[in-house]
Ligand binder design. Sequence first.
Ligand SMILES: Cc1cc2nc3c(=O)[nH]c(=O)nc-3n(C[C@H](O)[C@H](O)[C@H](O)COP(=O)(O)OP(=O)(O)OC[C@H]3O[C@@H](n4cnc5c(N)ncnc54)[C@H](O)[C@@H]3O)c2cc1C
Length: 418
Amino acid sequence: MSDSPATGFTLDLNEDQIAVRDWLHGFAADVIRPAAAEWDEREETPWPVIQEAAKLGIYSLDFFAQQQFDPTGLGIPITMEELFWGDAGIGLAIVGSALAAVGVVANGTPEQVGTWAPQMFGTPDDVKLAAFCSSEPNAGSDVAAMRTRAVYDQATDEWVLNGTKTWATNGGIAHVHVVVASVEPALGARGQASFIVPPGTPGLSQGQKFKKHGIRASHTAEVVLDNVRVPGHCLLGGKEKLDERLARARERAAAEARGERTEKVKNAAMATFEASRPAVGAQAVGVARAAYEVALDYAMTREQFGRPIIDNQGIAFALADMRTRIDASRLLVWRASWMANNGKPFTAAEGSMSKLYAGETAKWVTGQAIQILGGNGFTREYPVERMHRDAAIYTIFEGTSEIQRLVIARTLSGLPIR
Ligand SMILES: Cc1cc2nc3c(=O)[nH]c(=O)nc-3n(C[C@H](O)[C@H](O)[C@H](O)COP(=O)(O)OP(=O)(O)OC[C@H]3O[C@@H](n4cnc5c(N)ncnc54)[C@H](O)[C@@H]3O)c2cc1C
């Protein structure tokens, strides 16, 4: 397909995008994929792989920022797809900090982004990680139920954070933690704000580290906040903006109490999720594509009844459906990413659509891949077993599939569907 002068529409990647894609693919094939089984078994953060990525400039703020600001929007999806094609656990260990940095970019001032984002990555000689802590034991899908409190101490111009966060990627081992907390609980999700917890702040500790079904090279843990004091400037967006936002939220709450309809307002956690959903969808595309490729190759070479198993329509059609759904997922991801980078609002929750479809596709495709590999697919001798375990996360984190459907349905109808 080539550029059409009439519409300017193209799905061709430009030279820079092709170069980045091929470079990342090489890293994923040569470094990530060969290390995947080992780190999955060890269930530890793959520091040597992250360090290698940092040396090459892949694990760096500059690289992710460059991809983020690709005007077509495709820089991040291409990056995610290639790294996660290599392995989802190691992929998340590499991009987890970038997802946390999105929390700063989505809610912080330019000064805050300039101060904290570089510290989230460190340097190639001294690599650092970052974590985004929103979920709590009793506030997963129901973000408004968050109990972690942030109380302002005017005397010292500090915020005091107390609570327990859970499921935090890089939680406790991160240099910089971004914590979402409730400032005014009566306002629910509208009364929340995001805070930076700088490195070494007393009172922040790691709780339980989870042993997981998949993406086991990515560290997931509880983060306990016990009287954590952070300077006033660690409130993302600043106090003035927060006070204005809270005042508007109080007015809205009062209007709603009178039975008036009000406009929807975004809260701190939602702003982060909305920005990162297509990127997470792209990760799922990478996992699905990896499993599909293994299955296609296997089906072409494995012989039963004197012919390759792909000679049977039952197998060939499964592969046709797998590839079709993967390509459809990628197109949804690319559309949402293009919209996001071109100032087009998600009027039909296109970000959620992309994450929903790609996540479900990854789970389904990796399951089909196991079936095509038969007994071999069920063993750890072949990578599809791991890919299937990894894919399961894509219908859960960054908003479950049910929550994505809820967001889409609410956006389409304008109704508070439950
Ligand atoms: C490996 C991993 C990494 C993670 N990383 C992070 C991170 O870095 N930072 C962070 O803040 N969080 C993180 N999370 C948390 C993740 O976002 C939550 O697990 C997710 O939002 C779901 O919350 P929950 O687990 O409490 O499930 P619940 O909210 O308890 O949901 C349980 C089930 O009920 C369904 N359900 C709930 N409400 C509704 C409804 N209204 N309608 C229909 N169905 C509903 C859900 O879809 C799900 O199927 C991570 C989770 C995992 C497993």
